[in-house]
Design a protein around this ligand. Structure first.
Ligand code: NI
Length: 159
């Protein structure tokens, strides 16, 4: 496994539509392992393949640090409700902004064996699913921010 370089806003790879995954190769498995490792190392709750420069429809999410979720070719099937709150992105370091998202989403995706499954999320998990799936279509949360992007003030004991 390896930590991959996280691409930042302004790099064209973040604004492209990603391609569907059609088969899982050794390279795909390596990519997935690296995405989890890169997300955890960066203290993120989600990461999409274009953020490491790969235009494939692959997302990793873990909103608790103990519940890794892999979504291949994810599609949002259903949403309901609304939540408005702070959002950030590893590709937009040091910033956050207020975004309104559905409070519930139902997602269809494929696992590492290309078996389909359905997963539901509410609150932070729903927000993470929406945010990461947006990345696969070349969209960043900054397009949806209400008001201004804000600077994140880090605690002194953080990097
Ligand atoms: Ni992001």
């Amino acid at each position: 496994m390896a930590i991959r370089n996280i691409r930042e806003m302004g790099e064209p790879v973040l604004n492209k539509r990603c391609k569907e995954v059609v088969e899982i190769t050794e390279r795909t498995r390596d990519l997935i392992d690296d995405m989890f490792e890169t997300m955890y190392e960066a203290n993120g709750v989600g990461l999409a393949a274009p953020q490491v420069g790969i235009l494939k429809r692959i997302v990793v999410v873990d909103v608790t640090g103990e519940d890794p979720i892999l979504l291949i070719n994810p599609v949002i099937m259903e949403t309901s409700g609304e939540q408005t709150g702070q959002e950030g992105c590893l590709s937009v370091p040091g910033k956050s902004g207020v975004v309104t998202r559905p409070n519930y989403v139902k997602v269809k995706a494929y696992d590492e064996n290309m078996e389909p499954f359905i997963i539901e999320g509410t609150e932070l998990l729903a927000r993470a699913f929406c945010h990461e799936i947006d990345h696969l279509d070349g969209h960043l949360y900054v397009e949806k921010v209400e008001g201004d992007l804000m600077d994140v003030v880090m605690d002194e004991d953080e990097e």
